[in-house]
Design a protein around this ligand. Structure first.
Ligand SMILES: [Cu+2]
Length: 462
């Protein structure tokens, strides 16, 4: 090879290498989303879980209402629903892309009136705007039973501005009769990650978790108080599940608001501040249609309130909690797993010392797991006074009536040690309620929870 040819070859290689990341970043992200008429429950527990009491008036009478939602499917057959995180609530699926990507949304209208999908922040032509006004584009409205494929570009102006976070949030919503459709529940988030910052699924590589939180008052009764649900992602009074993060996680909060002139919201975090537009804040102002992105280092373990700071919104249920958990220590005892039927038959459980020191005394607490947020005390405590050597088991009789009624509603029975006294006099106590939480699931196929849910004991009303 002559010197000049070698240089040319080298330049060609360098050019190809330099171009490769940009080429690989340009993906087509295909989503399959249907609009469906569904029932929605603003308070599935039927309770005010912030204060551990029954739901206040006037909401107690009815929390389930007819809504229309965007539901994601895994392919064009629209037969297999995709799971979405519990905390996303009433919102439609997260549509993700990296700057440079093309988004295709295959939209099927399964509801009984015309709808569309109109994106904020993306680049589209008239046919893909998804909004019904003159002059109409092809995707302006999709009749019941019909389909339309929207094509949108996540271009440079759709992504984060220089110096901003590595991802930003945008709205999508139906725009045929927008006011009515948004109140019906046809709305969801788009998250665009900066070029080069997205992992395989489009999420930013430099954060551990992203949450999207909608603050909105849904109106079910034309302004009547009993129909005004002051919700976070469609849940009121602490019923929003799953806002769980690990100590030290870098957490990104995408905040959204929608609605009318009453929807002036000021989300406020207890327990932590966030970085927002180069300031440390713990309140962010939202107006209808607002989108905001804030980052938190979750370094203060505990369960903390996250609520709208507008007084009457707070009072009427615009509250949730989030939990920062410490990485679990290894548990000093195992409540030896046996299936529900076996536990019911024997009315006893076996405790195993999985540590290295002889245990003098163990106290266990237990409760029915009513739902993943709530534990109803089953029996206050069992005490075991016999010395339990390392790797030995001990059976604890818990009484015949304990599991007598298997028809009880609930997911299963949970156990956790409340105090362990070792023979050498040292003690182990949980750092928070429910550490070492171990569950007998009523349904043996129930997925095992990787972490302690933010449980709380039900308080009986007097
Ligand atoms: Cu508010």
């Amino acid at each position: 090879m002559t010197c000049r040819r070698a240089v040319r070859f080298l330049l060609a290689v360098m050019f190809t290498l330099a171009l490769a990341p940009q080429l690989s970043a340009r993906k087509i992200r295909h989503y399959y989303i249907a609009a469906e008429d569904v029932r929605w429950d603003y308070a599935p527990s039927g309770k005010d879980l912030i204060h551990g009491r029954t739901l206040p008036e006037p909401y107690r009478a009815q929390t389930r209402w007819n809504k229309t939602r965007y539901i994601e499917y895994s392919d064009a057959t629209f037969s297999v629903r995709k799971q979405q995180p519990d905390w996303l609530g009433i919102l439609g699926p997260m549509i993700r892309a990296e700057v440079g990507d093309t988004i295709l949304v295959d939209f099927l209208n399964r509801s009984n009136s015309a709808h569309s999908i109109h994106p904020h922040g993306l680049r589209y032509d008239k046919d893909n705007e998804g909004a019904a006004y003159l002059p109409y584009g092809k995707g302006a409205g999709v009749a019941p039973g019909e389909r339309f494929t929207y094509r949108w570009q996540a271009d440079r102006n759709s992504g984060p501005a220089p110096g901003g976070p590595s991802s930003v949030v945008w709205w999508y919503h139906s725009h045929v009769d927008a006011e009515r459709e948004i109140n019906a529940g046809l709305l969801g988030p788009i998250i665009i990650t900066a070029a080069g910052m997205a992992g395989l699924r489009g999420a930013p590589k430099d954060v551990d978790r992203e949450f999207v939180m909608l603050f909105m008052i849904f109106d079910e009764l034309k302004g009547n108080d009993a129909g005004l649900f002051h919700s976070v992602n469609g849940y009121v009074f602490g019923n929003l599940p799953g806002l769980v993060m690990k100590q030290g996680d870098k957490v990104r909060w995408h905040l959204l608001s929608m609605g009318n002139e009453k929807d002036l919201h000021t989300p406020h975090w207890h327990g932590k501040t966030v970085d927002y537009q180069k300031h440390h804040v713990d309140v962010i102002e939202l107006l209808p249609g607002s989108m905001a992105t804030a980052d938190m280092i979750a370094d203060n373990p505990g369960t903390w309130l996250f609520h709208c700071h507008v007084s009457d919104h707070m009072e009427n249920g615009m509250m949730a909690t989030y939990t920062i958990y410490s990485p679990p220590r290894s548990c000093p005892v195992a409540i030896v797993p046996e299936d529900w039927a076996h536990v019911a038959a024997t009315s006893s459980v076996r405790i195993k010392n999985v540590g290295v020191k002889p245990i003098q005394k163990v106290s266990l607490l237990s409760g029915y797991l009513v739902n993943t947020l709530e534990l109803e005390p089953l029996i206050l405590a069992w005490f075991s006074e016999q010395t339990l050597q390392p790797s030995r088991e001990q059976t604890v009789e818990v009484g015949l009536d304990l599991f007598a009624n298997q028809d009880r509603p609930g997911l299963g029975v949970a156990f956790f040690p409340s105090r362990i006294v070792y023979q050498d006099g040292s003690e182990w106590r949980p750092r928070e309620l429910g550490e070492c939480f171990q569950v007998y699931w009523k349904n043996p196929d129930h997925p095992k929870l990787p972490v302690l849910p933010p449980v709380q004991f039900t308080q009986k009303q007097d």
